[in-house]
Design a protein around this ligand. Structure first.
Ligand SMILES: Cc1cc2nc3c(=O)[nH]c(=O)nc-3n(C[C@H](O)[C@H](O)[C@H](O)COP(=O)(O)O)c2cc1C
Length: 344
């Protein structure tokens, strides 16, 4: 599967953008585990055009994570176009590698975003959605523009099949579809049938990436086989479980399932993740932002409560590393399996 001139390989599995989760340290870890590409957390177009330094910093990416998309969101056409131009210059403005793709978020369901016409809120105004997308494609002619969206606003307006054609016609290079409507938020099961319909529409030639509820290698393979999508995006199931990319890749490439990862190897990943977090964010923020990840690596371990509390309350990096070593020593050979959607 290719986006623009960048080849993501056969049946690529990508990391979903997730606010407060997919920072650079997690993105690098997922790339190392086998994710074919990653995307930044969503970046506010209003924040970018107002030159808010924290917003600009969200566009900071590293060579190790490439290929990487910078994702922007908003509802104001001029701000979105200016934000796309800024994302195009992310390396200059925020340092680091910059953006290989610019991804537009037309899928966020959260009220404070969608209620203001941004994210999936724009699905109620498909003409405007397409017009802003077209203006962005024209504003950054040298960079592939991709879109991430949902099936539609609600059950009575599942517009994705027609919308996909229109987005392709205005020059979008790839489309990721989360198989829920805005009104479903994250409830119920993702419906992949319309994603399959978009993919199997003979008019569609851009890559179609399916998203929603992939929480095991077997499920990823089933969705590739059943719906013929070009790629699959994994979100919540990667949280506390970034090796899901290794598991999926292994099954797709060899036809065999990997055994569950023993705790000692999970510790090694958690330590690598933590070190990246410290290197990139410093000892205070690096510890603080790692907390939400740390205990999730060890879900399902018996008698873990006390150790979990220590992991998520300690402020001292050395003490956290020592606790992780203790986890490896005490539970190293165990392989707890948590059914269903992991993490979040
Ligand atoms: C905590 C959290 C934050 C998210 N932030 C974003 C975001 O910034 N941009 C975006 O396009 N989607 C965001 N999403 C949606 C995910 O990218 C993905 O579409 C959704 O979780 C469904 O995929 P999954 O079932 O594999 O998790 C977020 C989801 C969660 C749970």
């Amino acid at each position: 599967m290719k986006i623009g001139s960048i080849d993501l390989g056969n049946r690529p599995v990508t990391l979903a953008p997730m606010e407060d989760v997919t920072d650079a340290s997690f993105r690098i870890l997922c790339r190392e585990a086998g994710a074919a590409m990653v995307t930044t957390e969503f970046v506010s177009s209003d924040g970018l055009v107002r030159d808010v330094s924290k917003t600009i910093a969200k566009m900071h990416t590293l060579e190790e994570e490439a290929p990487v998309a910078v994702q922007i969101y908003g509802s104001l056409p001029d701000a979105m176009v200016d934000a796309a131009r800024m994302a195009d210059k992310a390396a200059e403005l925020a340092g680091g590698h910059g953006a290989d793709f610019i991804d537009i978020n037309w899928g966020c369901p959260v009220s404070k975003i969608a209620g203001r016409g941004a994210g999936s809120g724009m699905m109620r105004e498909p003409d405007k959605l397409v017009a802003i997308t077209e203006a962005i494609v024209k504003a950054v002619p040298d960079k592939p523009v991709t879109v991430k969206t949902r099936l539609g606003w609600d059950d009575n307006s599942k517009i994705i099949v027609e919308l996909a054609e229109r987005l392709q016609d205005v020059g979008v290079s790839a489309l990721t579809i989360h198989g829920r409507t805005r009104c479903q938020m994250y409830k119920g099961e993702a419906d992949w049938t319309l994603i399959g319909e978009v993919k199997n529409n003979p008019r569609i030639h851009i890559p179609i990436i399916g998203n929603g509820d992939i929480n095991s290698a077997a499920k990823a393979k089933e969705m590739f086989d059943r719906y013929g999508v070009d790629g699959i995006m994994v979100g919540r199931a990667s949280f506390g479980h970034p090796w899901i990319f290794t598991e999926i890749r292994h099954l797709l490439d060899t036809g065999e399932e990997l055994p569950p990862m023993p705790v000692k190897d999970r510790v090694a990943l958690a330590k690598r993740h933590f070190q990246l977090s410290l290197d990139l964010k410093g000892p205070v923020t690096g510890v603080y932002e790692m907390r939400r990840h740390l205990s999730c690596y060890f879900k399902g371990l018996r008698d873990f409560k006390e150790t979990r509390i220590k992991l998520v309350t300690s402020k001292d990096p050395e003490e956290i590393f020592a606790t992780l070593d203790y986890v490896a020593q005490r539970w190293g050979d165990e392989t707890p399996i948590v059914e269903g959607v992991y993490g979040l």
